[in-house]
Write a protein that binds this ligand. Structure first.
Ligand code: WTA
Length: 646
């Protein structure tokens, strides 16, 4: 496959933080002598007690363990705040842009962010939160969301942020799974001119998960919401009379920092656990190098703090690096399709990090929305969450970036904590659609189904052969699941579940998930989760969910549903089921298609043949492959004949 190549410009070659030669040298060292490499790199973090051991890891079953900087101690919130005060306490830490551009924005300096974090940390303590306790955060994109996270990190509490687009049911399950007895929320959030009823969702979740003893609610929209006596207090009440100083807790490098739920192959989302020291080094390093971040840059990651991108690249990485962070509550299309570019001009953003789905949605509205803004402040662009199709890449590069900003197409996962494969601006010639080359310390390999390592240009499963500091350390509350999920498929390696191709220049091209995870607008959804939700409905006997190609979202959700005997699958039921899934999981899991099927294609042993369902969803039925193992081949003809016209 031929691909266009964009070489590093002379300007970038001269001024880059990491140029091609430095990349080659540092990468080699990070693999051949990780001890020296990481001992130096970890100096970017202020340690309370310096570590003596760097890396102690093994992916082997009999001796499985992952420990980085093990005997060092630190506090990550102090690294994000306190150490910036002396030299640039007055630098903006957060530039908050509201959903509605006619409302006031807010700017918090590092000193203000420090003081607000300390006050809230003291407030948490006053409400009984101790080191190791789990704190659930269900917040809109406002500075207090970051403050709540940093406050937890400051006192050693483990935060679990739940994306505000999850339903009460999903929220309740996650509160229960990590046994959290405090929830931080807001009355409502704003999103694209609409309101999101956060507090009402919390109330509904807690009706079924009663052991939560404290809810702290930020007044944000000013909505009139009921407060439950003895359980609910406002943010203002929590911080009233609290000191603006709070001694940071001394944390061991391997103490837990946070839990973040993500979807996998099973019906139950898993609580990905990250620890403190390695994650701090990893997010700070990758934020600096991937984006060529310099002190004083205006940096904008347009993700939501409810996802790993928000954790690593709105909160921990950028704050550790003293960055000026734009934080945006709204959506790219409100009030109009120029919103992103207006914000770029308003704050003279230098680094913009967003997702292909947003680019595709804006791209189809026409270039005039972009071209009426200048965007001349932009220096680096970033992409995350899903493979970026070359068409969107070219548009991002030429139209948004005026043809002068390198694109960091960052491949990584909730599990990896930070960037794993990405070009570094100034080090790598770019090929649209390729995540390019590994980050320092990352040893990618491509293997065949038997686990044999493939050499040279090839395609197969992407695995990582050795540990890196930002790697997740466990599935919360389920020790075995961690090893089983990630290390048992290919012996001695971390399996990413992504397919990948490597070209003749050693560039990596991610081809997408190989498991039953679908990527809807850059959000990870497990098909099994949606199936579990569907079969909970009283009229559903069986359901199978697969991905379908979608122009804007990347992938859409295609559901095959068999109703119980005597129930007709009609338009009303279709609507009801869509509503049902939104209620069970949240609007992000809205099915795009519901096809009723008298029965599903199964093997004689009763296993649903998903391969066939995927083909039908893709409307690619010319070659269904081997169908000889089907118990009843007519089922397939029926599905094809009744596929809705899309
Ligand atoms: C996909 C998001 C191609 C991939 C940070 C991965 C990507 C999953 C890219 C993780 C990219 C993420 N190119 N695919 N640049 N970035 N992915 O956990 O399939 O929400 O396994 O982390 O997104 O999604 P997650």
């Amino acid at each position: 496959m031929e691909s266009k190549v964009y070489p590093v410009s002379d300007e970038w070659a001269q001024d880059a933080l990491i140029d091609a030669e430095t990349y080659a040298r540092k990468y080699r060292q990070s693999i051949e002598d990780p001890d020296t490499f990481w001992r130096e790199e970890a100096q970017r973090i202020d340690w309370i007690k310096p570590f003596t051991k760097v890396k102690d890891t093994s992916f082997d079953k009999d001796d499985f363990h992952i420990r980085w900087f093990e005997d060092g101690t630190l506090n990550l919130a102090a690294n994000c705040l306190d150490r910036h005060l002396a030299d640039h306490g007055d630098r903006p830490a957060i530039i908050w842009e509201p959903d509605d551009p006619s409302h006031d924005n807010r700017i918090l300096t590092y000193r203000q962010l420090y003081e607000e974090t300390c006050r809230f940390a003291n407030g948490l303590k006053a409400n009984g939160v101790k080191k190791g306790d789990r704190v659930t955060i269900y917040m809109p994109m406002v500075p207090e969301a970051a403050i709540a996270m940093l406050a937890c990190a400051r006192i050693g509490a483990v935060h679990s942020v739940i994306f505000a687009g999850f339903s009460p049911e999903a929220l309740g399950n996650r509160i229960e799974d990590c046994d959290s007895d405090i929830v931080i929320t807001a009355d409502e959030g704003h999103r694209g001119g609409r309101k999101v009823p956060l507090k009402a969702n919390v109330d509904e979740a807690l009706d079924h998960h009663a052991h939560v003893s404290r809810v702290i609610m930020l007044r944000h929209t000013g909505a009139d919401v009921p407060m439950k006596e003895g359980r609910d207090i406002t943010w203002d009440e929590a911080v009233a009379d609290q000191s603006t100083d709070c001694e940071p807790e001394e944390m061991a490098a391997e103490d837990p920092l946070f839990i973040l739920y993500t979807s996998g192959s099973t019906g139950k989302p898993k609580g990905v656990l990250h620890t403190t020291g390695g994650y701090a080094v990893w997010t700070s390093m990758t934020h600096e190098y991937s984006f060529d971040h310099r002190p004083g840059d205006v940096y904008w990651c347009a993700a939501d703090i409810g996802w790993i991108t928000g954790h690593s690249y709105i909160v921990y990485g950028p704050f550790a690096n003293g960055a000026t962070n734009v934080m945006f509550e709204g959506t790219p299309n409100y009030p109009d399709f120029s919103r992103f570019w207006q914000i770029v001009d308003k704050y003279r953003v230098n680094i913009l990090y967003t997702a292909p789905t947003a680019l595709r949605a804006l791209m189809r509205e026409g270039n005039e929305w972009v071209e009426k803004t200048s965007r001349d402040s932009l220096r680096v662009l970033g992409s995350v969450g899903e493979p970026i199709n070359p068409e969107a890449w070219e548009w991002y590069y030429h139209i948004v970036g005026n043809g002068k900003c390198p694109i960091a197409d960052t491949w990584w996962q909730t599990e990896t904590g930070g960037h794993m494969i990405t070009p570094l601006p100034g080090a790598h010639a770019l090929k649209p659609g390729s995540a390019t080359k590994p980050m320092f310390g990352v040893k990618p390999e491509i293997v065949d189904t038997d686990g044999n390592r493939l050499e040279g240009p090839c395609e197969g499963a992407l695995v990582i052969a050795d540990s890196w500091p930002g790697q997740m350390r466990g599935v919360y509350g389920d020790e075995e699941r961690f090893f089983l999920t990630y290390f048992s498929t290919f012996k001695g390696r971390y399996f990413t579940s992504d397919g990948c191709r490597r070209d003749e220049d050693g560039y990596y091209w991610i081809t997408g998930r190989m498991d039953d995870v679908i990527n809807v607008s850059g959000h990870r959804m497990g098909t099994a989760e949606i199936e579990s939700a569907l079969v909970l409905h009283e009229k559903v006997a069986e359901a199978a969910v697969v991905a379908m190609p979608h122009d804007v979202k990347g992938q859409g959700i295609y559901c095959y549903v068999t109703t119980i005997a005597g129930v007709e699958g009609d338009e009303d039921l279709r609507k009801e089921l869509i509503k049902w899934v939104r209620h069970e999981i949240g609007p992000i899991a809205s099915p795009d298609v519901v096809q009723f099927a008298p029965s599903l294609p199964k093997t004689r042993s009763g296993k649903i043949m998903r391969r066939i369902l995927r083909k039908i969803a893709e409307n690619d039925t010319s070659n269904l492959g081997d169908t000889s193992t089907l118990a009843d081949p007519e089922v397939v003809d029926n599905l094809i004949a009744n596929r809705p016209d899309l």
